[in-house]
Design a protein around this ligand. Structure first.
Ligand code: COA
Length: 251
């Protein structure tokens, strides 16, 4: 079991904490698997009433681990852990709150599209450089971002890979609130505890009504995943992964 994901309990709130700060919380396959298991366990446990995602100070997540991408690009399997995680995230029945501080790349951005409340700090930049990596948008983002924020903003974010500040993401309806770093965790936990204090059946039904049927979202994730896996093996993607993994850092 990986200690790069810490699963904690605070009362009726289950916290999934991304804990690989030396690699900017880049998500490896075991980390995805651990999060999937935690979501399933938390959802099945009646004493859990809300899920929380948190990262490290200054780093929510730099996205999927590019070394894993490179391994998949050069003959490994398809990395079913990511798809399993997305299905768990889409399928859970209890509310999800996330707290994002600093780096939020790739799935570090798109994960929040599945949350009910996202709080982010002023220094947060949401960035989805899928196309720059020779890839395509994932996690249902090609459906969700245009629906939430309109097609032009979605294009800037998902095709151009433009970085979005927390304020801009909030104005676009992609996140709920911007709060200072020093109160992020407390604010997220307070929101989750407020949720946890509500009648659980009523909040479940209310959330379900607001989310609506998931069929179209799941179909889109399937389609994105199929194309994403093909793109992983493309020359464009391979070149981008190799460039990242072999880049020289400035002193
Ligand atoms: N996959 C694998 N390793 C990653 C990673 C990722 N997605 N993101 C960061 N890391 C590693 C770096 O290789 C580096 O490892 P090292 O110390 O062994 O050399 C370490 O994490 C620190 O990253 P670094 O790039 O030095 O931090 P930074 O603050 O200068 O830059 C980012 C942060 C997020 C801008 C930069 O790391 C980055 O662009 N990462 C890739 C993001 C990405 O393309 N994700 C996939 C999205 S689909």
């Amino acid at each position: 079991m990986t200690d790069h994901i810490l699963v904690e309990r605070q009362g009726a709130v289950q916290i999934i904490r991304l804990n690989r700060p030396d690699k900017k919380n880049a998500l490896t396959r075991p980390m995805y698997a651990r999060m999937t298991a935690a979501l399933a366990q938390g959802d099945a446990d009646p004493s859990v009433r809300a899920h929380v995602f948190l990262g490290a100070p200054g780093t929510f997540s730099a996205g999927s681990d590019v070394a894993d991408f490179l391994a998949m690009a050069t003959g490994g399997d398809n990395g079913p852990e990511v798809w399993d995680f997305l299905m768990a995230l889409v399928g859970i029945e209890k509310p999800v709150v996330s707290g994002v501080d600093g780096i939020a790349v790739g799935i570090g951005t798109t994960l929040n599209l599945h949350c009910d409340l996202t709080f982010a700090t002023p220094r947060t930049v949401f960035r989805t450089p899928f196309v720059d990596l020779g890839l395509i948008p994932e996690a249902g983002s090609s459906l969700l971002v245009p629906a939430i924020a309109g097609r032009q903003l979605a294009f800037a974010m998902l095709a151009l890979g433009e970085g979005f500040s927390a304020e801009r993401a909030k104005a676009a309806g992609l996140i709920y609130e911007v709060v200072e770093e020093n109160v992020l965790e407390a604010t997220v936990l307070a929101a989750a505890n407020r949720i946890a204090a509500k009648p659980p059946e009523a909040i479940r039904i209310a959330r379900e009504l607001m989310r609506g049927p998931r069929d179209a979202l799941i179909a889109r994730i399937d389609e994105e995943t199929r194309i994403f896996r093909e793109r992983l093996k493309s020359d464009e993607a391979r070149a981008a992964f190799t460039a990242f993994m072999t880049r020289k850092k400035a002193d």
